[in-house]
Design a protein around this ligand. Structure first.
Ligand code: AMP
Ligand code: MG
Length: 397
């Protein structure tokens, strides 16, 4: 491993190799988690008409205070048959169409109604409790810009704006291949020397949450022919992610065989802990990540390097990784040569988020990592980061 790339440089080289995938049209109901491929514009003014923000009475503000006859009752979805005349009031429900002639709504709780008349004790201000037509967004304006990831708020906005379909990026097809003769599928008994295979489902879960369509290939043992056949198949995907076999041992075959299959290695080795021997390459438009096999190394590599690539493939305007700031709950020793991603629990406190690194930070300790919801970045350097020190962290999706 000649020279270890910095985190920033590695991410830059990965994102440089990304060619965004083509678009497809999906129904809004099927768009959760997808990335919008073009600006979505509102079909209508929103609200589409001046609407009441309260249950109350529609009036002309100039007629208040006063005692006004109630000449109609307006329900949501059922506009009044006529305009409001001078000196009149109309009862109106939240979401009802404010009638022509009215310029304000007095809430029910501020008035007394009897004998089909409403007593309005105080002066009402023009525009009060009326949501103007187009006040949220106007017809033809952008509701959600391209490159946005569609979550509940965005999907709700698109529906409210009258869209039933959206153009999104095609899902990246990701092939996941775990390598290692020692790996057994959970559910079967372990023979001596074997461990349960964790990375296939771990990576599939991580990538699915980044919008990918994931194919977990059968595990291969550490021999050339099974590696070659499986890698060849995996290279048909948009992204091939392997785990294990990228270090310097005699049974680490992934990089060499990828090379023989025409994959250009763009880098191998990052100044990041865990996950130093990460390999990244490309063949045509297929991106290839070789993650080290320790499950925590695979997890960190997936979150820090693969997820941004998957989001960039989908044209996300912010592919990440998106760091937040918090403070360390306890002191941690820094690594002199590598930026370290510590598995930590995030705890909301009065002074912002506290990050408490879990006990057991070794890269095989996936069970310890299961208690964490955050990866704290401890930049390389001498000495320690003290309790209370500000750090950057990634939330685990
Ligand atoms: P490697 O990167 O192949 O040298 O593997 C490093 C360590 O991670 C070894 O202890 C492997 O047994 C373990 N390991 C590799 N792949 C997996 C996997 N898919 N699931 C669980 N442990 C793994
Ligand atoms: Mg191995």
């Amino acid at each position: 491993m000649a020279e270890l790339l910095s985190l920033e440089e590695a991410l830059k080289r990965i994102l440089e190799r990304v060619t965004p995938l083509g678009p497809e049209t999906v129904t809004l109901a099927a768009s959760a988690g997808r990335v919008l491929g073009e600006d979505a514009r509102s079909v209508v003014d929103l609200p589409p008409f001046p609407s009441s923000a309260m249950d109350g009475f529609a009036v002309r503000s100039a007629d208040t205070p006063g005692r006004l006859p109630v000449v109609a009752r307006i329900a949501a979805g059922v506009p009044a048959a006529r305009a409001l005349e001078l000196g009149e009031a109309m009862a109106i429900a939240t979401g009802g169409v404010v009638p022509v002639g009215a310029d304000a709504v007095v809430p029910l709780e501020y008035v007394v109604e009897d004998d089909n008349k409403v007593e309005i004790p105080a002066n009402v201000v023009h525009g009060d409790n009326v949501r103007p037509r187009g006040g949220d967004v106007a017809a033809g304006e952008v509701v959600v810009p391209r490159g946005s990831r569609l979550r509940a708020a965005q999907i709700g906005a698109l529906a409210a704006a009258g869209l039933d379909r959206v153009v999104v990026a095609r899902r990246p097809r990701v092939a996941v291949l775990s390598t290692g003769t020692e790996l057994r599928t959970p559910g079967q008994p372990l023979e001596p020397g074997e461990v349960y295979e964790a990375n296939g489902v771990l990576l599939a879960t991580a990538f699915a949450s980044a919008g990918a369509d994931v194919d977990v290939l059968p595990v291969v043992s550490d021999n050339e022919s099974s590696h070659r056949a499986a890698l060849e198949g995996g290279l048909e995907a948009d992204v091939l992610v392997t785990s294990g076999g990228v270090s310097v041992g005699p049974h680490d075959l992934v990089r060499r065989i990828l090379g023989e299959l025409g994959v250009e290695e763009i880098f191998w080795g990052v100044a990041v802990k865990p996950g130093k021997p990460l390999a990244f390459g490309a063949r045509g438009s297929t991106l290839v990540f070789g993650l080290p096999g320790n499950p925590v190394s695979s997890l960190v590599g997936a979150e820090v390097f693969v997820r941004p690539a998957l989001l960039a493939l989908q044209g996300a305007s912010v592919p990440g990784p998106v760091f937040s700031e918090g403070r360390l709950a306890t002191a941690v020793r820094r690594n002199a040569h590598r930026d370290e991603f510590l598995r930590a629990r995030s705890i909301a406190s009065e002074n912002g988020v506290l990050l408490d690194p879990v006990l057991g930070q070794e890269s095989h300790m996936i069970a310890r990592a299961a208690a964490a919801d955050a990866l704290v970045l401890a930049p390389r350097g001498e000495g320690q980061l003290g309790a209370g020190e500000t750090v950057r962290y990634l939330l685990l999706a």
